[in-house]
Design a protein around this ligand. Sequence first.
Ligand code: MSP
Length: 518
Amino acid sequence: MDTRVSLMKPYYITTPLYYVNARPHIGHAYTNILCDTFARWRKFLGEEVFFLTGTDEHGTKIDRAAREQGMDPKTYVDQMVPQFQELWRVLGIEYDFFIRTTDEEHKKIVQQVLKTLEAKSEIYRSSYKGWYCTPCESFWTKLQLVNSKCPDCKRDVQELGEENYFFKLSKYQQWLIQYLNEHPEFVQPEIRKNEILGFLREPLEDLCITRPRSRLAWGIDYPTSKDHVVYVWFDALINYVSAVKYGVDEKKFKSIWPADVHMVGKDILRQHAVYWPIMLKACGIEMPRTVMAHGWWTMEGSKVSKSRGNVVDPADLVKRYGTDALRYYFLHETRLGMDGAYSEDLLIERFNSDLANDLGNLVFRATSMLERYFSLKIPVLSIKKQDDEIDRQCTSLREQSLSLLKLISETMERFEPQGAIDAIWAVIRSGNRFVEQTKPWVLAKEKKMDSLSLVLTTLLESIRLTSMMLTPFLPVSSQKILDLFGVGQRPQARDFKWGSLTPGFCVKKGEPLFPKVE
Ligand code: MSP
């Protein structure tokens, strides 16, 4: 487990900043669900957490979307941002700060960073030759052109020369290669690190970090030239330090930075694993611990995205199946790092089999039996030895349940929420088997009340511990189960102990947790 002293620095986890040129879809929801799960997991361990999300609001994409709606960009972004915040509310995403790249403080910090880099001679002005596609308003390098045409719309392009500002990426190429090799945890999973190292085998070009205002006015003003605005990626990446007051409140910054995890999609890894570390290095800022790249959700083999028109509205899914079903599906259906083929049919199948049949049923059976045989009161346990076979079954379920804390800690440390859920489900399935094997109804008929008491308390304890472990993954339904046992809100790892149910305690009988979906 992580040995850091939690009192000194919170676990700092970030999502990418979402472009606000369209409503959020399941791809965006996925990243935030992942981060929320890791944030809740750390809180469960008793750590402080700082969870950052927000919106990316400058650049051509946004400018164009605003104009298509007949709005000025600022009015446009102001009415898009609440749609993201509303989705995070519906999904129960517990972020600590929401940053917008149009925030005045962020803009000021970006300008400050640029001035610092200029003073350190990390930036130079130079002319830039490229090919411009007027309908797409995009600038391409010769290499990007396809048959001398725009790679997006395949129309003719025009050769243009522009004066711009450049950041000296190339100077740091060797340093970055060495850093990646010496810090295998920095870019994960490993295949993505290898991709970045592969990319770095070719010479790295300096990064053009401005756009002439005449071509694009919607950006942060470049601090030393009134003719330029800042390139959107350079602006956006800085959010990870501006949100924690870099250069504004040094004490606060030092108490939170470096980030523990930047969670990003694989399509934006180069910006996070090449541009960003070099920007930090040039500024003399400590590196984040890990950039974790997740895969894509696809439909019929294509990435789910607005431009492909195959988006699914996460709020709609929540309405039909609840947030926990969505979380379960996204966290469990694919290994973090791999792509996943989205299928609503599969989501329903998992809902009915794993959530309703395995978990929902187990809780229902246990509480029904406690009601039938003990009027919902936890029975007093006899200290004398019970039937050998029953003892063996009870010990085995207890040990398996108690092993969860260590198992989940290890899987979460390795960024494997899917493995964590598998481990929890193994205990849930053992619980159902335990009922079949110990046959409490036979024990009741034969009046073996000591054995029956032991079996039921063991089962309920196992459910209680399993539900505690489920809180980061299924926050709503796990808390509903814990409420039956009178466990307060947000239990923590330090409460993960066997035997907290006291004899005489009256367990509540709840509503069905996951009514089956047809
Ligand atoms: N604004 C930039 C990020 C700047 S971070 C300083 C951006 N925005 S985005 O809205 O286009 O994408 C945000 C995130 O959503 C990315 O990590 C991207 O990988 C993720 N996803 C978008 N579509 C996705 C899927 N279909 N599946 C999974 N995630 C995907 O890039």
